[in-house]
Design a protein around this ligand. Structure first.
Ligand SMILES: Cc1cc2nc3c(=O)[nH]c(=O)nc-3n(C[C@H](O)[C@H](O)[C@H](O)COP(=O)(O)O)c2cc1C
Ligand code: SF4
Length: 659
């Protein structure tokens, strides 16, 4: 334990959740922590009493981190200032540190780095890279940083790549996510991908028939699990969930029991429980199917979860495009309330839980849990850095559990039948069943419920979905929409469970399988994915905002016919040889993957990078085609270069400045 009087820390941060999260984290370590919402408030506090360490955000509305630093040093020469920087500002932070502007830099979502920086600062140790940082050029600092690994001085390995994007940053104002309602139909290619959505195997999660009506659901044993759970202590419910090994079905693959335990352990009395039914991933529709056919199972799972973690309010977060499903859910909530299963003193117990449906515009990024919380609060749906995770600081900055629809539908079964029973289904650490929505060029698309670890991808595509349409050859499969790596047609023996898919270099995600036949052009499809991502990016961080735009532009250039004016521009800029499309695609994608703030930007490059590895010949062929067209254009316009469009000296300048 650290002495309170000696180690006073001031956290200066305008974002409330970040500020409170840092305060909580450092207080738990035994430090005496005070906070200030902005630079001016910080200066006032520093003047009132000295601090040993000041942790400041590099960018605040009223003052920059550098100004806070200077004032802190003016007031107390021995103070150590740690600057927290997001990705967008990391290069300037490194530059400032080189100039000796402040003592440490660290990134916001690395609590270990922040704690280490504080510990070193209090011991007056110099950060290992500090001296080198001040002298070496930026690229050298970057490579030294990667050799030294994580430390109190955090300098990202990919500063170099990030700078590529920073250099290309052409817009600073983010657009609001709510302004744009982008649906899978915006992607031309997906128009044919949504045929009749049928349900094939509803052995378990669906009971084989519709349970939308509460009387039917209860006749079949519905809400018995809730009754059972309410007779247990919340800790026992959580222990059962942990023991079951249920992994969240929303894509991130986090164990549900651990998530509930984290929220339960928070001392706060006001907590929330949210069901994530945004389902914005192109190709996904299993959550809608589940809610349409079995809304009470999801609601029962939510009530049990809320009881376990101590939440008294909840939201079923659903996109407005699923209007009928939302109506049905509202009706189901009303019916549950009428029977004393929701509201005050549920089933005569001391537990109360109010649940409402929240309808939101269909926007992919709103499915990201922190953006989801913000949108419920009525704010712009922009993801926040993690930690703090929502279980500590979620909706209205209170502990919040966010679970996927399918995850919650598993809960009543686990409570009714026990964790041991659940672990008996599935294989190799992936327990239970999984809903897969299969679309694309298959004969029989729909939602299938299968036991994890027992089926190969071939079983699903050729068995359940009855093979490829029009008996064409299979070219590739995306195991979970456009945020996963392509699996080529000769890798179909991969078993459908978490471990096997990770081993195969991809992931199970939400289980939105997209099947592509031999006629599909992979670069063209990836172009549509990036059109989607470009429109869906909330625009808050540079790598994703600029990266999605640039990648889409390059892919558009490669896959769409060029106009006469575009050929003339290309010619003016020095001709075809100067364009290195694939290298640029890889550079942007790698930087996005490493530096984007949330899962949207981090996962978007997966299909692009994996297709460049597996289907490189298709990209090369397109470039060859453009090259031939360009040469034909130059041949036909031989007078072009002599017409004085660009004079020799100007050509030399524009080439030198890379215009
Ligand atoms: C861009 C983006 C979109 C997401 N969309 C969804 C979604 O529609 N539904 C969902 O359950 N999880 C979605 N997630 C994952 C959530 O952030 C979160 O991990 C999940 O809801 C947790 O539920 P689980 O633990 O039950 O899997 C998305 C994540 C990202 C990065
Ligand atoms: S990665 Fe994209 S969606 Fe996520 S915060 Fe950055 S800009 Fe927004």
């Amino acid at each position: 334990m650290v002495s309170e009087t000696q180690n006073r820390i001031l956290v200066v941060e305008d974002e409330g959740d970040m500020r409170n999260g840092l305060q909580r984290m450092l207080s738990r370590k035994g430090y005496s922590v005070d906070t200030a919402e902005g630079g001016l408030a910080a200066v006032e506090k520093m003047r009132q009493s000295p601090f040993q360490v000041v942790i400041a955000d590099l960018k605040m509305p009223d003052m920059s981190g550098i100004e806070v630093l200077q004032t802190a040093k003016d007031i107390n020469r021995s103070v150590t200032v740690i600057i927290i920087t997001g990705y967008a500002t990391v290069a300037s932070a490194v530059e400032s540190m080189r100039l000796g502007a402040f003592d440490y830099i660290t990134k916001p979502f690395k609590p270990d780095d922040i704690t280490l920086a504080v510990e070193r600062a209090l011991k007056k140790e110099r950060a290992p890279l500090q001296e080198k940082t001040r002298q070496a050029p930026l690229t050298e600092v970057t490579s030294q940083a990667s050799d030294e690994g994580a430390g109190a001085t955090w300098i990202p390995k990919q500063v170099k790549e990030r700078r590529i994007l920073l250099e290309h940053c052409d817009r600073t104002t983010a657009r609001t996510a709510e302004e744009r309602v982008v649906t899978p139909e915006n992607i031309a290619h997906f128009k044919e991908m949504y045929p009749g959505q049928k349900i094939h195997l509803w052995q378990w999660l669906g009971f084989g028939a519709s349970n939308a009506d509460i009387a039917t659901y209860m006749k079949r044993g519905g809400y018995k699990a809730l009754e059972k759970a309410l007779a247990w202590k919340p800790e026992a419910v959580i222990a059962e969930m942990k023991e079951s090994g249920l992994i969240g079905r929303g894509g991130a693959g986090f164990p549900t029991g651990l998530k509930w335990e984290a929220a339960f352990n928070e001392p706060e009395t006001e907590k929330y429980f949210v069901c994530n039914a945004e389902e914005g991933e192109p190709g996904a529709f299993k959550d809608k199917m589940l809610l349409d056919h079995n809304p009470h199972k999801v609601i029962e799972g939510m009530i049990i979860g809320a009881y376990a973690v101590g939440a008294s309010e909840g939201y079923l977060y659903i996109k407005d495009k699923y209007g009928d499903t939302a109506d049905l859910a509202e009706k189901a909530i009303g019916a549950a309330q009428a029977r004393g299963l929701l509201g005050n003193s549920i089933l005569g117990s001391a537990f109360s839980f109010r649940l409402r449906v929240m309808r939101v515009p269909s926007t992919y990024v709103c499915g990201e849990e922190t953006a989801l919380c913000r949108s419920i609060e009525g704010k712009r749906a922009v993801p926040k850095p993690k930690p703090p995770f929502p279980t500590a600081c979620g909706l209205f900055e209170k502990p919040t559990v966010i679970n996927n629809v399918e995850t919650l539908a598993n809960v009543p079964h686990i409570i009714s039948n026990g964790a041991k029973w659940f672990r008996g289904i599935g294989a190799d650490g992936s327990f239970g069943t999984k809903l897969f929505s299969i679309t694309g060029n298959v004969k029989d698309s729909g939602v299938f419920e299968v036991e994890l670890g027992k089926y190969t991808l071939a079983d699903l595509v050729y068995g359940l979905a009855k093979g490829i349409e029009n008996d064409l050859e299979l070219k590739a499969i995306l195991p979970s929409g456009p945020s996963t790596c392509f699996i080529s047609g000769d890798n179909l023996d991969v078993v459908m469970d978490y471990k096997s898919l990770n081993k195969a270099g991809t992931s199970l995600g939400t289980g939105a399988i997209i099947v592509l036949d031999e006629t599909v052009s992979i670069p063209e499809l990836v172009k549509h994915f990036f059109e989607f991502y470009r429109n869906q990016s909330c625009g808050d961080c540079v790598p994703c905002r600029v990266g999605t735009r640039r990648i889409h532009e390059i892919l558009k250039w490669m896959t769409e016919p060029m106009t006469h004016a575009e050929f003339r521009d290309l010619h003016r800029l020095g001709g075809f040889a100067r364009v290195s499309c694939i290298e640029n695609l890889k550079r942007f994608a790698t930087a996005m993957k490493a530096a984007a703030k949330c899962g949207l930007g981090q996962a978007a490059p997966e299909p692009l990078l994996s297709s460049i590895r597996t289907f490189r010949d298709e990209y090369d062929a397109l470039i060859e085609q453009r090259k031939e067209e360009y040469e034909r254009f130059v041949g036909q316009s031989s007078a072009l270069s002599n017409q004085g469009t660009v004079s020799g000296p100007v050509r030399s300048i524009i080439q030198r400045i890379d215009l």
